[in-house]
Design a binder for this molecule. Structure first.
Ligand code: SAM
Length: 243
């Protein structure tokens, strides 16, 4: 799977993503990471990419032309090697809030383009011309779209086959079935007087699984009642939960 990030700050994206698990995945060819500098596409002789908003107001806006040309260069590359015109995600506080289900859906794509805004955002006309999805990472405003794009690329990448090793599996963890993950422990058995729950040492896998499910349910009910309601609704419908 290939990620193409349109940004004014490519070094921020490549530096952040080319480390640890994603760095290894990129090296092994499980994912491709390409940061495209929008400034390289400006036709302005001073390399300017922003201007004042019509109608007045604070701040500067990224102009349509360099964004459009940067996108076109990526699209042409994808199509010339046999791909289809890609989905283009504009990361914006005005989008649908990103979650694990969206990450799973996006992980099915062959190519994804992320468009990162900066300053006060981007001229609406180019958004209408190229964007297919508007996605936010939460109800707060950041200075730029680079961190949101990196957050989403991280979440999507770990669902791409081969990116995680078996022992790092994404199969049973938070948000699977709308539950948060159960508490986990590693060595030593006693740390600062606190013991690992006895059930985890008994070697009875059925018992461990039952305990983990109970812990997941209790933790989700307490910390994320909104998620627990979704879990419980399905459970009641399928008959494995009474309340
Ligand atoms: N004026 C814009 C508004 O009120 O919606 C906010 C612009 S913000 C300062 C600059 C850029 O940061 C945006 O164009 C977007 O790409 C990115 N950004 C900021 N907050 C974000 C969020 N919560 N999720 C995704 N992207 C965000």
């Amino acid at each position: 799977m290939n990620f193409h990030i349109l940004t004014l700050f490519p070094e921020m994206v490549t530096g952040g993503l080319n480390t640890s698990i994603l760095g290894r995945a990129a090296q092994n060819g499980h994912i491709g990471l390409e940061a495209v500098n929008i400034r390289d596409f400006t036709k302005n002789k001073h390399k300017k990419v922003d201007d004042y908003p019509y109608g007045g107001g604070a701040g500067m806006l990224m102009q349509a032309q360099p964004v459009f040309d940067a996108f076109k260069s990526v699209e042409e590359k994808i199509i010339s090697r046999g791909g289809k015109s890609p989905r283009v995600i504009y990361v914006t506080p005005q989008g649908k809030v990103f979650n694990q289900q969206m990450a799973q859906e996006l992980a099915q794509e062959q190519d994804l383009v992320f468009l990162c805004g900066h300053y006060e955002g981007i001229d609406e006309r180019v958004l209408q011309a190229v964007v297919t999805d508007y996605v936010s990472i939460g109800d707060y405003v950041l200075t730029g779209g680079e961190l949101p794009a990196m957050v989403m690329i991280d979440a999507v990448s770990r669902l791409v086959p081969g990116v995680l090793k078996n022992e790092e599996s994404a199969e049973f963890e938070s948000f699977h079935d709308n539950l948060l993950e159960y508490p986990q422990y590693t060595r030593p058995e006693v740390w600062q007087g606190a013991e690992v729950p006895e059930v985890l040492l008994c070697g009875d896998h059925a018992k461990v699984d039952r305990w983990r499910l109970e812990q997941s349910e209790a933790r989700t009910r307490e910390r994320r009642p909104d998620l627990y309601e979704l879990y419980a609704r399905k459970g009641r419908a399928l008959g494995y939960l009474q309340k």
